[in-house]
Design a protein around this ligand. Structure first.
Ligand code: SAH
Length: 219
């Protein structure tokens, strides 16, 4: 297995400087980015590019998100130690690892079985232990484990699933990119049983949050 070497740490420090220059301010988020060895989360063909601020292909035609985007969403989530966080779209597990670095209790759902199995095996091997990884449909959230302090959606949602809003604690935050071709980063904060604040934070581009679950369980 490829290791984490001083050269990788150096490249991560440069990456932190890059995303800081792009506007990320939260020190705990920057520190998490400086710690997670992104090159270990990527397919071997792309390892040399791991510390560029770009998304890259992973298994099952999906992507590992751009570090700036990961940092941006994580900053909006305002994670505190011991927060219970639900992630939709485990993918490579990179965002999951960032949340674990922030000492969150992480639940994460992935709908591609291949990725789910790969990442479930991989994350503990590199020292990142989540609370629960689930193979399933993120549109449904995880009602049995709700409510959550924060929910982060890492795929482009054509609309905001009501089930996710309903699984937030009062004061909890949902960070979700909303839209079809491009997405607007949107933050919902639960103010009361039926009351939510909404703020929008500019355009991003994600792989789609897939709706049909025909393939679930078939591989
Ligand atoms: N957080 C990931 C980003 C992966 S890209 C990372 O850091 O690598 C988005 C992921 O969302 C993909 O793995 C995709 O398979 C998954 N996804 C798409 N639709 C989904 C759904 N309905 N439920 C759960 N996961 C979904």
């Amino acid at each position: 297995m490829i290791k984490d070497l001083p050269k990788h740490r150096g490249l991560r420090n440069q990456l932190v400087a890059t995303i800081k220059a792009k506007g990320i301010e939260d020190d705990s988020v920057l520190e998490a980015i400086s710690k997670v060895p992104r090159h270990l989360f990527m397919d071997s063909g792309f390892i040399d590019f791991a510390y560029q601020d770009k998304p890259f292909p992973i298994a099952a035609d999906q992507t590992i998100s751009q570090p700036y985007t990961v940092a941006f969403q994580t900053e909006l989530l305002e994670v505190k130690p011991n927060d219970k966080i639900l992630e939709i779209g485990t993918g490579s597990g990179y965002q999951t690892a960032i949340l674990i670095e922030l000492k969150a209790e992480v639940y994460s759902i992935e709908r591609q079985k291949e990725l789910y199995l790969l990442t479930k095996k991989f994350l503990p091997k590199v020292g990142y232990v989540s609370k629960k990884l689930v193979f399933g449909d993120g549109y449904l959230g995880l009602p049995d484990n709700a409510p959550f302090d924060g929910i982060i959606v890492t795929a482009g949602a054509p609309y905001v699933p009501k089930s996710l809003l309903s699984q937030l604690k009062i004061g909890g935050r949902l960070v979700i990119p909303v839209g079809k071709n491009t997405q607007v980063m949107t933050l919902y904060t639960r103010k009361g049983e039926k009351e939510f604040d909404k703020h929008e934070y500019g355009d991003f581009r994600f792989v789609p949050l897939l709706k049909d679950s025909n393939n679930l369980g078939s591989t």
